[in-house]
Write a protein that binds this ligand. Structure first.
Ligand code: 2P0
Length: 350
């Protein structure tokens, strides 16, 4: 029997860096967060995922994935297979969604380096799988069958929470809502409203030892979590005001406090969870001293890892990167900036 294969589609999804963090879930099975978060979509750090559907191969176990263009295809991991089968049922409401998927994926950045690979990875996988199953070649094609970015974000969220923010561009607000179904993800500001640079400083390239999912599960064991959740709505409003007024010092002060607070929750969770490493502390002390001395205008945030993201004006980015490389020659610096949302296109001759 000859297999029939669908059109091959390529999704490109950017990573994102949270300015107000998602840490702690009210419902882990639905990835319903304890609080709203707000992120900046990145440009260079992205996942590129191609998918096509084999229409006579129905078994979920038949999904194949290869990492990198020259990678060997292997079975899709179990957790991802469960996500794909859940996604297939959702997509099927908009038409048919048959066949096992043949997937190729790669990241433009090293994994476990302080850039959320699950965010861009699940966003790209959601879009590529949806495109392959529906035959849609572009996001406009998806919209024509009732699948808009809001729906794609809601679907990607089930794969990994932060993935919902990578569907959109600019500054993205993930609203928790009053119930899991009341969540909403949208772009609050476009890239062009206020493009900023993000210098990612790789102070430690070792893989993190506690997964994000495990870290989320520990969050509410910290006594700091309840007051944090109570105070976050006002901090989020203040962040929006800082972006509206393009006030970098105000924004920077908020995001540094926010990142330190999230890491304080981590460090006071049971079991204690340390994502900081010694070079992180050393680097942040240097940054603060340089800024206080008036030598550099950059403010840090951190993900669930040791590598600082420095937010600064695009016109200052190259000079700040040069200063970092001079002071810390062993730390690679990835220079990124605010980007647009995920895209979908057909691939010829796959
Ligand atoms: C964020 N992080 O807002 C926060 C800040 C890490 C620190 O979202 O369990 O990989 O897949 O929903 O999205 C990392 O958590 O967790 C994360 P799951 P995810 O970006």
């Amino acid at each position: 029997m000859v297999s029939r294969e669908s059109v091959s589609v390529r999704a490109v999804a950017p990573s994102n860096i949270a300015l107000i963090k998602y840490w702690g879930k009210s419902d882990a099975s639905l990835n319903w967060p304890a609080n709203d978060s707000l992120s900046m979509t990145l440009h260079h750090a992205r996942s590129i995922t191609t998918a096509r559907a084999w229409t006579d191969a129905q078994s979920p176990g038949s999904h194949r994935i290869s990492f990198g263009d020259a990678g060997t295809a292997s079975r899709v991991p179990e957790k991802t297979t469960r996500f794909l089968e859940w996604l297939r049922a959702e997509v099927a409401r908009h038409g048919s969604a048959t066949g096992a998927l043949d997937i190729t994926t790669r990241n433009t950045f090293p994994s476990s380096c302080g850039i959320a690979s699950s965010a861009s990875g699940f966003a790209a996988l959601t879009m590529a799988a949806t495109g392959a199953w529906t035959g849609a070649r572009t996001i406009a094609d998806l919209e024509n069958i009732g699948i808009d970015r809001a729906k794609l974000a809601a679907w990607a969220r089930r794969g990994s929470g932060s993935a919902c923010r990578s569907i959109h561009g600019g500054y993205v607000h993930w609203q928790r809502g009053a119930s899991p179904a009341g969540q909403n993800v949208s772009s609050a500001f476009s890239r062009d409203d206020w493009p900023l640079a993000d210098l990612i400083v790789l102070v430690d390239d070792k893989a993190k030892h506690v997964s994000s999912s495990e870290g989320h599960a520990r969050a509410f064991t910290s006594l700091l979590m309840a007051p944090r959740v109570a105070a976050l709505p006002e901090r989020l409003r203040e962040t929006v005001r800082a972006i509206e007024s393009r006030d970098l010092e105000r924004l920077g002060t908020i995001i540094e406090g926010e990142a330190m607070e999230m890491h304080s929750v981590m460090m006071t969770s049971t079991p204690r969870t340390d994502y900081f490493s010694e070079p992180t502390t050393r680097f942040l002390a240097w940054l603060r001293a340089e800024r206080v001395a008036g030598n550099l205008n950059a403010w840090f945030t951190l993900d669930a890892g040791p590598n600082p993201h420095l937010i600064c004006r695009p016109e200052d980015s190259a000079a700040i990167a040069t200063r970092i490389k001079k002071e810390f020659p062993a730390f690679p610096v990835i220079e990124d900036h605010t980007g647009n949302g995920a895209t979908l296109e057909a691939v010829d001759g796959h």
